[in-house]
Design a protein around this ligand. Sequence first.
Ligand SMILES: [Zn+2]
Length: 75
Amino acid sequence: MKFKCPECSKLFEAEGTRIEYHSPIYGPCAKYVGYCPDCNVESDEYREPNPGKKYQNYEPVSPPGCCCSGGSCDF
Ligand SMILES: [Zn+2]
């Protein structure tokens, strides 16, 4: 899977580490993080924009900041 470093914006491939945590709002959640090979900073999964999808002018269902907003939450 791909990750993007928040420090240097580098895209890198990594196996990813599953991190489980408990959101006070959304309950148990999980996400995958990778570590930048350059700065060793914890990085969130990078999701490429889907080229097959046209621009949709409505907001995602999940509110910003929700751990599940990217669809990577298993719960
Ligand atoms: Zn980096």
